[in-house]
Design a binder for this molecule. Sequence first.
Ligand code: GDP
Length: 304
Amino acid sequence: MNIVALAGGVGGAKLAHGLAQSLEPEELTIIVNTGDDFEHMGLYICPDLDTVCYTLAGLANPETGWGRAGETWNFMENLEKLGGASWFRLGDKDMATHLERTRRLKEGESLSQITEDFCAAWGIKHKVLPMSDLPVRTMVNTDEGELAFQEYFVHRRCEPRVKGFRFDGVYAAGPASGAKEALDLADAVIICPSNPWVSIDPILRVVKEINKPVVAISPIIGGTAVKGPAAKMYAEMGIEPSALAVASHYRNIASGFVLDNMDRELDAGIKNIIMKTLVTDTLMKTAEDRVRLAKDVLHFIGSL
Ligand code: GDP
């Protein structure tokens, strides 16, 4: 089965890891959100791309959900002593990724080529693509004005109330090299359990149209997000956060929807929006959970 998975950081990376253990390298392409990317201290940082790659390579920090396992913080400690910006944490191992990526981008190489080479160096066999080779910047409209995504997410800890989103550069940015070809070859597209507003919407806006069956997995379980501000965003925009709200979000694109056992009473309502549903355990606490959910989703796709 040929699959394209659309992913943000934490939730997306976990399912992508499960899929990578269930599909051959030539059967899976992961297209990753780059709307969260930003320039910090002269470095070009791709938080979601790095989370997905570190997770697939077995290098990720399982406690934080971002950054590297066994990280050291010499750079950060010395930067802080000098009065440098400390709100965005950059570990010593992680630094090498940002420095080398920035150097190559400045020499005119594309983000997709650099990502391919980094994946090879880290032993990742499945294809990982940034959504675009051109910059797209997620801007968060809040009660305190418009904030760049990392300013809202990390620096302000998602405290300002959200009113909406804008994806700067999205009209000019086309899909990254290889993304359209992967979508053309795919039997189905999986929308990973990532934040619909800021992880998946930017990818959908760049990709524009998908002419394949699309199955989405809810990142909202029991009315709350497993991690991050997705539920808070729904509530602040006047929508009750739930798997039903997520299904409604994807109503024009998804033909199948996966919700958690905890939300099974929403199944009938969701079926009115997206006809085919799978109710299963979607919380991925362990490595086995990732593989089990991936296999459940692939089996569901086979039955559509
Ligand atoms: P970010 O860019 O790092 O915020 O990462 P994502 O957008 O990929 O992931 C954030 C979303 O993943 C949140 O809305 C979480 O609720 C969801 N999520 C994280 N872990 C899980 C999980 O184990 N199961 C499900 N269903 N959703 C999860």
